[in-house]
Ligand binder design. Sequence first.
Ligand code: MF3
Ligand code: CO
Ligand code: CO
Length: 256
Amino acid sequence: MSINIRSKDDLNKMRIAGKLAAQVLEMIEAFVEPGVSTEHLDMICFDYITKTQKAIPACLGYRGFPKTICTSINQVVCHGIPSEKKILKSGDIINIDVTVIKDGWHGDTSKMFIVGKAQNHATRIVNISKDCLYKAIEIVRPGVKLGDLGHVIQTYAESKHYSIVRDYCGHGIGMQFHEEPQILHYGIPNTGLALEEGMTFTIEPMINGGKPGTKLKRDGWTVETIDGRLSAQWEHTIAVTADGCEVFTARTDESF
Ligand code: MF3
Ligand code: CO
Ligand code: CO
């Protein structure tokens, strides 16, 4: 087993897949409002990816996952399954996670949405989890170690009295959805694999309001906090460049 280093050509294809994934999140924003079901959001994303983008929804059928997107509301950490029975209400926070395949290459990204008007503690975990991702992205460059990335995320989250989910992590990505290396969102500085130009992976910290523990629901997919407190997550697909990184899944409201 080894870690793939991408060619210029590979990176060009991942750039396209990443942009498409980002555009799904931009497109769906207008539909995320009180009263909508997560099934409806899923249907809109499926149509957009398959018909408009002429791309493939990577989650659909992946290890048996039944839908196009993951919709993870409030205490759901990740992998929530869209359903007609899940109707968004004002004050909810929801992560929508989209992965598309274009020309054989994957783009994987997620962001939090606030439904209607959120309470301050919900807005706070949404913003701080985003900052966790951004702080990790900021330090990516050749020679930096995976433990450094984890450490930056962990230190910032814990300084705000949040905890880091340890049961799930980021991942190498390319022609495979999930490949080596694992990207842990906690860690010890100057430990682990050193980054090299041409590596492509996701960073996707899951930050809990309470304790880090998670439990898998009976549906075999939905992951929730054990203590029932809120969880929030943001994800980008990136490539290590000669002097930093490129964020393939950047949205137009982001500048890296
Ligand atoms: N997109 C998720 C990730 O960030 C994986 C979802 S797998 C699925 O890695 F099967 F639940 F879709
Ligand atoms: Co991912
Ligand atoms: Co994802």
